[in-house]
Design a protein around this ligand. Structure first.
Ligand SMILES: Cc1cc2nc3c(=O)[nH]c(=O)nc-3n(C[C@H](O)[C@H](O)[C@H](O)COP(=O)(O)O)c2cc1C
Length: 220
């Protein structure tokens, strides 16, 4: 039977906390699979899906990862840690063809759109008018997928902790991550130990949203 969320989307978003400590209980295989399956339903430019995830579950590998992550205990406590990566090689012609083939299989891409992709994707990466570096582009997409994963996980009762406290060069070397692939974050997944980390609050919409022009007051 397919996994069903235990709580609503609204509750999942409101109850998610960055868990600092985990119980050792494993995540059932089906639940983990469903979290990843729904997580990668995340959107991406031209559907290029540059995210890549290394699942770290073996205790000795989690120790190795913790050593690259300023010794943060959640890395070894959580039953699963994702090394969330962005692959800069998705603008290769072979990969563009794979993406086109995928879209053709579902019927989302026709010959005309395939030609558009063949022309536009290389141009996007050459001119990059909306990003400074390819790493910024891959990071943008990977973190969207990470957000999906965290919310889906919470809806199944699974906690997470997005982490930027790591040394990327060390993680890459220890886990055979190619030079063209960037480590965007680590994501321990599991069941948080109580007491849960308290809600740190969020700025009001009046501080973070503007109306029509940056800095202009936002009114509903
Ligand atoms: C990109 C990113 C990196 C983070 N890095 C770490 C980290 O290395 N270690 C940690 O304990 N928490 C880390 N956090 C968690 C934040 O401290 C936490 O999300 C923030 O305080 C808000 O709390 P909440 O997520 O529980 O609402 C990170 C969060 C994000 C989004």
């Amino acid at each position: 039977m397919t996994q069903q969320p235990a709580i609503s989307l609204q509750e999942a978003i409101e109850q998610r906390r960055a868990a600092r400590s985990f119980r050792p209980d494993p995540i059932p295989q089906d639940t983990l699979t469903e979290i990843l399956r729904l997580g990668v339903r995340s959107p991406s430019g031209f559907n290029l899906q540059p995210w890549r995830f290394v699942l770290v579950r073996e205790p000795q590998n989690k120790e190795k990862l913790r050593a690259c992550a300023f010794n943060q205990p959640q890395v070894t406590e959580a039953p699963v840690v994702l090394i969330c990566c962005g692959d800069r090689r998705v603008n290769s012609s072979e990969y563009i063809e794979e993406t086109i083939a995928l879209g053709k299989e579902t019927g989302a891409v026709n010959d005309k759109y395939a030609e558009f992709m063949r022309g536009s994707i290389p141009q996007l990466f050459e001119n990059h008018p909306c990003f400074e570096s390819i790493e910024a582009w891959t990071n943008r997409h990977t973190m969207l997928a990470v957000a999906h994963i965290m919310i889906v996980a919470k809806s199944f009762g699974v906690d997470s902790c997005p982490m930027e406290g790591f040394v990327a060069a060390q993680v890459k070397e220890a886990f055979n991550i190619p030079a063209e692939v960037d480590v965007c974050c680590l994501l321990p997944l599991g069941y948080a130990k109580e007491p849960f980390k308290l809600y740190g609050g969020r700025f009001g919409l009046d501080k973070v949203c503007y109306g029509e022009s940056f800095g202009a007051a936002f009114k509903l």
